[in-house]
Design a protein around this ligand. Structure first.
Ligand code: SF4
Ligand code: SF4
Length: 375
């Protein structure tokens, strides 16, 4: 272990340099002070009781692969790229932990909830008085708990506090160089490091263009209400999330056709979500059952805790992939996504996007049993 603050700071900077040179486009450090006032999932000790600081970083996704995905040309390439980038992020975090342990500090990777490490079943309810007070300030719903949208530790809160990115209206973390088209990675350590500053409000590129909402096939971002989160000295604001089952159904691919009927995510389902939130869960059960009886889409996450035969595929993410720092790139991606057609599924499980009328004819030509799994 290092004796002086200077040596600790020097080693912390070296770890940040290692993370950058391993492929991250942004890296920072947060600690209890810079996360003070946040929700329970901003308490570093939830991941590791001895945690004093966290390194957090963003690994960019490939622009060409994103555009082939958003242009409804190639869903498989993006899916495997996304999975691989998650594994790279976890590998970087794991190596950084190794270096820290080598110096006598404890360190632990913070796995993202949507990677193969998800579903670890840890209790995400408040565990001590300070988390209980935080939970009163930031109440969660039973549905959030049930669907699993509350992580043990939120990489987004860590990234905002450490200045890796800024909360956009979408609720995604926007990095200065690659926008929200990144995979976040993080690790906690018992080393006591000084925090890096958050990105100042005036440097945030989010101009409320609302294109994250325009590409969303459902209603997930509130137009009228916001979430406000205090992290250290800075308050962060983004649109309030609506029922999490809406986004989950499109991400999983059980739903696909947009509520306006004009475009789709990559999911081949054509049943849309009801307007009333209290009906969403019933619909979610129906369309998840449909999906379980459809052929497996190629690729996807193999999730060892899930003993079923199906892999989990990625079918949306449009709100973060559209959000590039350059407005012209955002504009182009909105067009690609909303004018690229409607997704259908072939009997071998592959997905294809085609014009709306062709998609309707494709579905109409199915046997009634098969058609009922989609429409
Ligand atoms: S798409 Fe536009 S409104 Fe949405 S987060 Fe990005 S810049 Fe902000
Ligand atoms: S992932 Fe898709 S469904 Fe979910 S909020 Fe983003 S755009 Fe909407």
């Amino acid at each position: 272990m290092f004796e002086s603050k200077e040596d600790i700071s020097r080693f912390g900077k070296k770890i940040m340099e290692y993370i950058t040179h391993s492929g991250a486009c942004a890296v920072g450090v947060c600690n209890a002070d810079s996360l003070e006032g946040g929700p329970p999932s901003a308490d570093l000790t939830r991941e590791m009781p001895s945690a004093k600081s966290a390194f957090v970083f963003a690994v960019p996704l490939d622009d060409d692969i994103i555009e082939a995905y958003m242009g409804k040309i190639d869903p498989g390439k993006y899916q495997s790229h996304y999975i691989r980038t998650n594994i790279v992020a976890e590998g970087i975090a794991s190596s950084a932990c190794h270096f820290l342990r080598g110096q006598g500090y404890e360190a632990q990777v913070v796995n993202a909830g949507n990677t193969t490490s998800g579903g670890d079943g840890r209790d995400v309810t408040p565990q001590n008085d300070s988390q209980r007070a935080a939970a009163e300030k930031y109440p969660t719903t039973d549905i959030d708990m049930m669907i699993g949208t509350i992580p043990v530790l939120s990489q987004r809160f860590l990234a905002a506090a450490a200045g890796v990115g800024y909360f956009g209206r979408s609720g995604n973390i926007l990095t200065s160089s690659h926008g929200a088209s990144v995979v976040l990675g993080a690790l906690v350590t018992s080393m006591e490091l000084e925090a890096t500053p958050p990105i100042p409000h005036e440097e945030n590129y989010c101009d409320n263009c609302n294109w994250c909402e325009a590409v969303c096939p459902t209603t997930y971002m509130s137009r009228t209400e916001n979430n406000n989160v205090q992290l250290g000295e800075m308050e962060h604001t983004y649109s309030k999330r609506m029922h999490p089952g809406r986004c989950a159904s499109y991400m999983m691919g059980s739903a696909g056709l947009a509520e306006n009927g004009k475009f789709s995510a990559w999911g081949p389902g054509r049943k849309t979500m009801p307007k009333e939130d209290d009906q969403v869960l019933i619909k979610l059960i129906e369309i998840s059952t449909d999906m379980a009886n459809r052929p497996q889409t190629p690729g996807g996450f193999v999730n060892p805790p899930d003993q079923g035969e199906k892999r989990m595929n990625i079918n949306c993410s449009a709100c973060n992939l559209v959000c590039h720092p350059e407005r012209e790139v955002r504009r182009k991606r909105v067009k690609l996504w909303t004018q690229g057609g409607v997704s259908v599924q072939h009997e071998d499980g592959t997905l294809e996007s085609m014009p709306r009328e062709e998609a309707e004819a494709f579905i109409a030509a199915m046997t009634p049993e098969r058609r009922a799994l989609y429409e």
